[in-house]
Design a binder for this molecule. Sequence first.
Ligand code: HEM
Length: 446
Amino acid sequence: MTTTPVPPPGCPAHGSGQPIPLHTAQFAADPKAFYAYMRHHGPASLVELAPGVEATLVTDYGAALDLLQNPTVFHKDSHRWRALGEGRIPADSPVLPLLAPRPNCMFTDGAPHLRLRQAVTDSLARINDIRLSQTVERVAQYLIAQFSARGSADLLNDYAKPLPLFVFNELFGCPSEIGDRVMFGIAGMFDGINAEQANHVLVQAVGELVALKRAQPGDDVTSWLMEHPAQLNDMEMVHQLVLLLGAGAEPLRGLIGNTLHQVFTNERFARSGLLDEALDDTLWRNPPMANYAPHYPAVDTDVAGHKVRAGELVLVSFAAANAALADQASSNRAHLAWSAGPHACPSKEPGRLITLTAIEHLLNELPDVELAVPEESLVWRPGPFNRALAQLPVRFAPVKPRVSAQPQQPEAPLRPQVPQPSASGTDQSNSKRPGRWSAFLAWLQK
Ligand code: HEM
C-alpha cells in the first residue's frame, strides 16, 4: 500500500513553489523523506544546492536514464552553465569545486570526451585484481593495527577515509614525497579544510608526479595513462589524474562507510557473510554519490515534463531514482549508483574490489565488531551531492596488532621514509622502519 508522503520535516519549500534546499541539516538527517516527497510531486523538482544555486533534480528512474543516455541534448561541459556565465553563482559557493568547468573527461562532450575517457578506461583496465586486493589488504592491516588494541574505533575516520587514499598512492605510483601531498590535497579538498590551499598542493604534487613518470615510467596507472595512444599532454595528464583521485577517494570513503553501516544495522547482513549482497543493497538504497551527473541542455527542452531552458543546470538523483525500485530489484545491479550512459563511472570493478576487500578484511580481523552507539544517533554529513556518515563509532574485543603500528615521526610529519610496498606486491608491512603511512595518518587524524 502506498501512502502520500508528508512534507519532510523542516522543508521550507513545502507548498511555496520555492526550490527544495538540499544543503540543510534536515536533508542530511532524512533524505529519503525528501526524495519520497519530490517523487510524489513528479519525476523532476526544482532544488537549491547551496544558497543561490538552483537546479532541476530528476528523481525518476526512467527519466534519469533518458537524460543520461541522451548526450545530443544534455551536455556535460559546464561552460554552458548559464547562471555561471551570467555571474549569478557566488564565487565562494561550496558547490563550485564540483560543478565548475575542468578539462577532464567528466566535463567534456563528444570526441574530446571519447578521447580522454578511452585513455582513462584503458588505463584502469590494466589494474591487476590480485595486486590491487593485496594492496588493499596491506593498507587495511596497517590501519587496523592503529586501533585494534583499543577495542574501539571510528571506522569512518580511522578506516574508510584513509584507506582509499593510501591505496591510490600505491596504484598511481606516487613516491612518498609526492604521495603525502597528494593525500593531503584530496583529503583537504573534500573536507573543505583550506580547500583552496589543498587544491593548489594537489595540482602541484600531481604535476611533479607527471614529470617524474615522464622520466621514469613505472608499473602504475599514471604511467599507463601516459603511455596511452591518446598521447595526453602534461596539462591533460594533470587534470585526468586529479579527477581520478578525487572522483575515486570521496565516493569510496562513502561506499565503505555506507556498506559497513548496512552490515551493522541490517539483520539480513549482520554476520551472514553476504558482503556482495550488502554492497549491492547499499548501492540501491544508500548510494554514496546520491545526487550528481550535472548536465546542461543544448536547447530549451522538457525534462520529464519539466521545462528547462538551454544552459540550465539539471542533476540526477541516483538515490531517489533507485529508491522506487530497490525493494523489487535489490538483488540485481540495475541501480544507478555508478550512473549510466557515456559518463558512467569507469571504475566500478576496482571500486567494488577495494570496498569488498576492505570490509572483508576488517570483519575477519575483528569478528565481533559492532556499532558502539544507537543507530539513530549516527550523524550524516551535510551537502547536496554525497551521502556519507560523519563518524561510525564501533567497539570490539581488543586484539593485539598483527603488524607494527609504526609510530609517528614528529620531527618529519610529512616526510615519509618507509616501507613502500613493492611493485611485485611483496608484503613489507612487518618492517620495523617508521612509516610514511604513519606520518600521513597522524596528519589526517588531527
Ligand atoms: C576507484 C575508485 C573510482 C574512480 C577512479 C572513479 C573515477 C570516475 C571517473 C573518472 C568518472 C568520470 C567519467 C566520465 O565522465 O566519463 C566517474 C564518474 C562517476 N563515478 Fe566514479 N570512480 C571511482 C569510484 C566510484 C564510486 C565508489 C562510486 C559510487 C558508487 C562512483 C560513482 C560515480 C558516478 C555516479 C559517476 C558519474 C558522475 C557524473 O555523471 O557526473 N565512483 N568516476
